[in-house]
Design a protein around this ligand. Structure first.
Ligand code: NDP
Length: 257
């Protein structure tokens, strides 16, 4: 294994790691040797993900934690439990997220808050919880998941877009704040990816499937496994001088007018 990408001594927390993009990243990390802690609310999805992660890396001891990342006590507890079990936390992937699609004026305040809490406040809470142990260890890697709505306006996703724009600026702020702690913080901006989240979108938004294929230079939807490589790169020593970046993984979507 190229030593720059070797994660065999690393412990990585992946929120929303039990499915979709998060599971694609978790599997990539496991294949490079990492011990993965999967976080999600659904215990059945968590158990299925752990079974696959064990098969991918029989030398590691992955585990799942049932937690709601909108709750501060859950975010603190998931880091504490990781430290109790493994004695370290090297990587945090803030991936958990959700969406509700409607015109901006139709959201209730509760819906707005739920979306901001799930997609943005969760990244703050989990990052805050890992900062002290990472700083004490003298290094750390945080990967936040943005979106094409971090760049473009989506008429049907105002709070989601606000949360994902916020993710990019939160990434830059924590990257510069924690650079001297040797903690690198970067964002990944997925294009349109085939997951549970977008299977619902395809039902909600007429013609979406055709528009995505036509608008994406690669001519296809992304897949969860398209995120394995960027996860390993941003979690490993290979990216030690990269911080505050927002990297599209989008089949060229954001490069095309
Ligand atoms: P999925 O719906 O497939 O996965 C979402 C994950 O987040 C699940 O594992 C879910 O687990 C977890 N999750 C949601 N809410 C919570 C919560 N409150 N507490 C803990 N876990 C939670 O979606 P994707 O894989 O598509 O999305 C992953 C990330 O990628 C999100 O941040 C999304 O915004 C982003 N993204 C996705 C794109 C796409 O095209 N799919 C495009 C751009 C960005 P559980 O249900 O067990 O809680």
């Amino acid at each position: 294994m190229n030593p720059s990408f070797d994660l065999r001594t690393r412990v990585a927390i992946v929120t929303g790691g039990n499915g979709g993009i998060g599971f694609g990243m978790a599997l990539g990390l496991a294949h490079s040797g990492a011990t993965v802690v999967v976080v999600g609310r659904n215990a059945t999805k968590n158990a299925n993900a752990i079974a696959e992660l064990r098969a991918a890396n029989p030398d590691a001891d992955p585990c799942a934690l049932t937690a709601d990342v909108t709750q501060e006590r859950d975010c603190t507890a998931l880091v504490e439990r990781t430290l109790e079990r493994y004695g370290r936390v090297d990587v945090l992937v803030n991936n958990a997220g959700t969406n509700l699609r409607k015109p901006p004026q139709d959201y209730s305040l509760d819906e707005w808050r739920m979306l901001i809490d799930t997609n943005l406040t969760s990244a703050f809470l989990c990052s805050k919880a890992v900062h002290a142990p990472m700083a004490a260890a003298g290094r750390g890697k945080i990967v936040n998941i943005g979106s094409m709505t971090s760049i473009f306006g989506a008429s049907f996703a105002a709070p989601y877009s606000a949360s994902k724009g916020g993710i990019v600026q939160f990434t830059k702020a924590t990257a510069v704040a924690w650079a001297r702690d040797n903690i690198q913080v970067n964002a990944v901006l997925p294009g349109w990816i085939d997951t549970e989240l977008t299977q619902q979108a395809r039902k909600d938004v007429e013609g979406l499937n055709e528009r995505v294929v036509a608008r994406t230079p690669a001519g296809r939807w992304g897949l969860p496994q398209d995120f394995a490589g960027i996860a390993v790169f941003l979690a490993s020593a290979a990216s030690d001088f990269i911080t505050g970046a927002a990297i599209p993984v989008d089949g060229g979507y954001s490069s095309q007018l």
